[in-house]
Ligand binder design. Structure first.
Ligand code: GTP
Ligand code: MG
Length: 141
């Protein structure tokens, strides 16, 4: 079965949305096979978001992502990578459609919180393998 790496980001954790996100994953028929709460380190974020390290928002992204606990999950299911991307909605909460996690729950990007959007999901099966090895090394041989 396919796997994806889901993160409930610090705003999702702080706003009490863990149950809501997990509930949507379970109702969709996907299985959570790994789960932990952790505060990301700068080193982990530089690896996780390596493709963004030259972007103008990289520093605020790392500050945001290390500002508190996150919930990291390995989620299993048929075509789960693309399905969970669809469930998340657009990166920018203002563009995310109703019915998606970001479209229903994320707040608009104000000047003070320019990168918040509740959840992360791997963008390809290759990214999922890499990200699962980073956050759940104990699950990979
Ligand atoms: P992730 O699941 O977190 O990887 O989000 P994504 O795949 O929808 O977006 P992407 O990988 O392109 O960007 C990673 C994160 O950087 C986003 O979730 C945002 O938090 C932030 N980000 C991306 N693009 C922008 C942008 O144009 N401006 C700002 N301020 N933040 C951005
Ligand atoms: Mg991404």
């Amino acid at each position: 079965e396919e796997h994806t790496l889901v993160l409930i980001k610090p705003d999702g954790y702080a706003r009490g949305l863990i149950g809501e996100v997990i509930s949507r994953i379970e109702k969709r028929g996907f299985k959570i096979i790994g789960l932990k709460i952790t505060i990301p380190t700068q080193e982990e974020l530089e690896e996780h978001y390596f493709e963004h390290k030259d972007k103008h928002f990289f520093n605020s992204l790392c500050e945001y992502m290390s500002s508190g606990p996150i919930v990291a999950m390995v989620v299993e299911g048929s075509r789960v990578v693309q399905s969970f991307r669809n469930m998340m909605g657009d990166t920018n909460p203002a563009l995310a459609l109703p019915g998606t996690i970001r479209g229903d729950l994320a707040r608009d990007w104000g000047p003070d919180r320019g990168v918040e959007n509740i959840v992360h999901g791997s963008d390809s099966p290759q990214s999922a393998d890499r990200e699962i090895a980073l956050w759940f090394p104990e699950m990979v041989d």
